[in-house]
Design a protein around this ligand. Structure first.
Ligand code: SME
Length: 169
């Protein structure tokens, strides 16, 4: 199978996700390690959208979120559940869209140039596995369409890959 993600030019946001979805599904390999799947998953998303400056996972362990596979600049390694955008999405198990990070109380700056952000919780069984965090250097880069499709992508991930944290964090 090809690991290459090919997305047409000049597509709408929805059309872009519609092309991305089946390719991510094909990219994930249930028989391969979680870390390999998480790594390709974020790379596929990061490289599809120019608006994304950083894309990565934070993985839950003992009330904290630890930096997992990502694309972009070096980032904060530990975030407490309940703190920042990631910790809030993790605590509420709800997607959080932040149009202007300067207006989000307690936002954690890993990169001073970040302007907006979206965080999608990753829940496996009933347990919080971690979060998927996407950042942008543009204000209001993420909307409800992003939230809907990113949740669908995370859903594909949780269905296809046995998200066992044990050896990861
Ligand atoms: N801004 C996030 C921290 C993670 S970095 O953006 C990679 C937050 O407030 O949780």
């Amino acid at each position: 199978m090809s690991e290459e993600i090919v997305i047409g030019k000049g597509l709408s946001l929805k059309e872009t996700y519609e092309e991305l979805l089946p390719q991510v599904e094909a990219l994930l390999e249930s028989s391969e390690p979680v870390i390999s799947n998480l790594s390709n998953f974020v790379a596929a998303i990061f490289n599809t959208f120019e608006k994304i400056s950083w894309a990565g996972f934070y993985l839950e362990k003992g009330g904290n979120l630890f930096l997992g596979p990502f694309q972009g600049n070096t980032a904060c390694t530990v975030i407490k559940i309940g703190e920042g955008v990631c910790g809030t999405a993790a605590a509420e198990k709800e997607t959080v869209i932040v149009e202007n990070v300067a207006e989000f109380p307690g936002h954690i700056y890993c990169d001073a140039n970040t302007k907006s952000e979206i965080v999608i919780p990753v829940v496996y069984g009933n347990e919080l596995f971690g979060v998927l965090d996407l950042d942008s250097y543009e204000y209001s880069a993420f909307n409800k369409t992003d939230a809907e499709y990113l949740e669908r992508l995370v859903n594909i991930l949780t269905k296809k890959v046995n998200l066992n944290k044990q050896k990861l964090v």
